[in-house]
Design a protein around this ligand. Sequence first.
Ligand code: NA7
Length: 551
Amino acid sequence: MSAQSSPAHQASEAFDVVIVGAGFAGMYMLHRLRGLGLSARVYEQGGGVGGTWYWNRYPGARCDVESMQYSYSFSDELQQEWDWSERYAPQPEILKYANHVADRFDLRRDIQFDTSVDRAEFDERSNAWSVTTSDGRTVSANFVVLATGCLSNARKPDIKGLDRFKGPVYHTGNWPHEPVDFTGLRVGIIGTGSSGIQSVPVIAEQAKHLTVFQRTPNYSIPAHNAALTPAERQKFRDNYPEIRRFARWEARNGIYTDLPDRGALDDGDSERRAKYEARWARGGLTFMSVYNNLGLDKAANDTAASFVREKIAETVKDPATAKLLQPTTYPIGTKRICIDTDYFDTFNRPNVSLVDIKASPIEEITENAVRVAGHDHEIDTLVLATGFDAMTGSVARIDIRGRAGRTLNQKWAEGPKTYLGLMSAGFPNLFIITGPGSPSVLSNMIVSIEQHVDWIADCLVHMREQGLATMEADVSAEEKWVAHVNEVAHGTLYPQANSWYMGANIPGKPRIFMPYIGGVGAYRQICNDVAAKGYEGFVLGRAAQPRRAAS
Ligand code: NA7
């Protein structure tokens, strides 16, 4: 499947595949393509591998999925040899793991760092993509794989006066590589999502004073993080075949845990409370797996939400602060639940204060303060934990032009449309890993990444064996899939929250529930069935007579 001679190819280097991004998705994609004998070039805008773990270096950054599960499964040697230190590894260790993988599989020689892809244009005559990078070069590729990540486009809020602030401003999603020392400083932090909740307790320990500006409180479950013992690690290693199988097929979110056999209202009050207590004591994301209907039934959900609110009230000594920290405006779990270490307890410290910016939004940021309700909260340093233009943001930054020069941004102006989250009609030979319309951010990302990469790799083998030059989503299959994704989402409580799943955190972004909530196992089966039926719903074209997708 080497690149054919064409005008697009003559002017530049040619690859079978260009991969955008060297995070966990891009690295594994490269590894698989090498194994198939395909040529690939990865472009990575950062100075190293790791994607989200390269950028999110803020204090307290950790994955919310346990390390033994948030790790590649494709190599048994790798999963047997790597020693995770803690139940939830800190960001530096996850980054170290990413670097280890890059070295172990000799990936770096095909990755060009410090280079972003600015433009990708499909040439209908040669059936190839012309890819232009930030170093001003253009290469061609038969296929482009967007491994750009779902939470990669850090978003600076549009707050009046932000640029006037005289002190340093940090975004959690774009944190400096040098350690930031808050000792003796008055620090302000805007945002109480997962990044805010992880960093607040750590910053509070250093800062002279920390002021937390909260718009919406979040449900957070204790991590109960701890060092992993050799015996705990070995138990996982011995059981990896079953743990990985279960994560792929049985657990809707790709995380191994015991699954519920009933709904929350099937138990009496005391039994239910005991189960919540046990899950709270265990800690972590699987809190939501205690019952099978917490994401479906509001009355069931209320029981879990009330339990967490009670825990907050028990922990936070000042009743007014506790009340502000209790989420009430959306069902628990409909925004990604947060996993914390001492977050609520941090508000008992004398050097931490909470400011409600829901009731009174930030009026402006001055040279040395955040002004709320006419009061200046003086600070020396500002931390923005304000999140990302999720799922579509990093794709939207690239000028992607498909058939007839139509851009992906034009096509997605009313919300992203894909078939299986893998391809978008009108954009042949362009794959997306964990894109909108796939389980993606609702799951253990590495489970979903590996499934997509393997599916794409198999697909490329099929195309090579069949002598196919193009593949793209059929418009009607795409429409049906988008409708299905929507229908499944609206059968749950998820759309009730103004979450980044819905695009609700970005002013003007279309409100569409982006990830597929049908569960990773059901989704995997659908993808496998599609492949088994000769890639049903995709239009496959030969080089001589490329076919157009029906439109
Ligand atoms: P999130 O979860 O999007 O959280 C962002 C936070 O910032 C959230 O509390 C927002 O309040 C707040 N925010 C955003 N814009 C503003 C403005 N303009 N003014 C005030 N407050 C604002 O991002 P994270 O980085 O914490 O986490 C993202 C994911 O990474 C997380 O779900 C995990 O999967 C890992 P809001 O809730 O919109 O009222």
